[in-house]
Design a protein around this ligand. Structure first.
Ligand SMILES: Cc1ncc(COP(=O)(O)O)c(C=O)c1O
Length: 393
């Protein structure tokens, strides 16, 4: 390796150390479409690691819809949205998103990461204090770090900590950015209380509900619908990579806020637009999400089953009643060993380790989807509890 490259890599080059600490990341090649069962090296695996919560990633109707849209609009947008990349399906999707989420305006992005980073250039100035939950998703953190403002984090869901920070910084421009459903813990932000604090301290409230949309709320509009807080949340962010089963993202809010993104958001202006065929497909997916009450109910029943069976087996289940169920192990190596033991039994549950989660909270992140069956859940709990027992955990 050239010396300059070695210097540039610095500590990051210490792969052996990462391996020793159980923090080395490896990819697996999947040879099938997403679903409750996936194929790896010709073997079938029961998949509890997917964010395809409604099982739409390989849905026949949606696949046909995308193929038709490709025939009409081709495979790419050709440029960014502000040049010639804002195509009819984008416009139709934005209107549909605004109606579905009860907002004045919406904007689509190539990914949730882009959508969150957009906040840095669209809304944050050097006088802005960005308050975030300690367990916010990395893309929210990065938005604040890339901005001219200052990031201040409050303890997870700790309202008195948040209040004390709002008091401390009350003379600044204040933005609170939080996940709706937390991605690695599955619990929900106390949005009602946070919105009251926002009113009191004149703070802008931004909620990224990537993991709540599709699964929570009567029509699947997420945590904000469930809590009836549409009027309290200034800006909603959602991704199409989770319950929509695809990729891409949107933001939704007032016309003025959305205009600020069109004018200023660098990750909107300087990137190729979302595939138009994907935008056309997502428009249909929204209708399917609205009609998927039975799938949401099925997920809820599976989660209840999982919690009941786990408790019976003596496993430690956390506070989440949602489709993301973390099983906290502690050490990264231990979490990896348990994940590998499950893999040997053809069950895929990823070990989530630092820096994705705080030190000593490495975990198995069990994702329960509408594509799973009751039998899948009982097989998971049986296999997992046997592995934990054999390890004396
Ligand atoms: C809360 C949250 N926001 C944003 C993202 C990023 O979304 P995307 O995968 O569309 O970039 C993710 C997940 O990846 C997420 O969990």
């Amino acid at each position: 390796m050239r010396k300059s490259l070695r210097t540039a890599m610095g500590k990051n080059n210490d792969f052996e150390n990462l391996k020793k600490e159980g923090l080395f990341r490896e990819r697996r090649t999947i040879n099938s479409a997403q679903g409750a069962k996936i194929s790896i090296d010709g073997e079938k695996f029961l998949n509890f690691s997917s964010n395809d919560y409604l099982g739409f990633a390989n849905n026949e109707k949606l696949k046909r819809c995308m193929i038709e849209a490709i025939h009409e609009y081709g495979i790419g947008a050709g440029s960014s949205q502000l040049i010639t990349g804002h195509i009819e399906p984008h416009e139709i999707l934005e209107k549909k998103l605004s109606d579905f989420f009860n907002r004045h305006a919406s904007l689509v992005f190539s990914s949730g990461y882009h959508a969150n980073l957009a906040i840095a250039s669209a809304l944050i100035n050097k006088n802005t204090i960005i308050l975030q939950d300690k367990l916010s998703h990395a893309s929210l953190v990065d938005a604040a770090l890339l901005s001219k403002g200052k990031l201040v984090r409050y303890q997870h869901c700790d309202l008195s900590h948040l209040k004390s920070l709002l008091e401390k910084y009350k003379n600044n421009d204040l933005i609170i950015m939080t996940d709706g459903v937390f991605s690695m813990d599955g619990d929900c932000a106390p949005l009602l209380e946070i919105s009251k604090l926002c009113n009191k301290y004149h703070a802008l409230l931004i909620v990224d509900d990537a993991h709540g949309i599709g699964v929570l709320g009567g029509k699947g509009a997420g945590l904000i619908e469930e809590l009836n807080l549409e009027k309290e949340v200034d800006l909603l962010i959602g991704t199409f990579g989770k319950s929509f089963g695809a990729a891409g993202a949107f933001i939704a809010g007032s016309e003025t806020l959305i205009e600020a993104f069109i004018q200023k958001a660098r990750t909107y202006i300087y990137t190729t637009a979302l595939l138009p065929a994907l935008a056309a497909t997502i428009t249909h997916t929204l209708d399917m999400i609205e009609r998927s009450k039975n799938l949401r109910l099925h997920i809820r029943e599976l989660v209840a089953d999982y919690k009941k069976l786990s408790k019976k087996a003596g496993m430690c289940v956390g506070g989440s009643d949602n489709h993301i169920q973390p099983l906290i192990i502690g050490g990264a190596n231990e979490a990896m060993q348990i994940s590998k033991a499950l893999y040997k039994k053809n069950i895929l549950v990823s070990a989530i380790r630092p820096p994705t989660v705080p030190k000593n909270t490495s975990r198995l992140r069990i994702s329960i989807t509408a594509a799973h069956t009751k039998n899948d859940i009982s097989l998971l709990v049986k296999t997992l509890s046997k592995i934990l027992n054999e390890r004396g955990q």
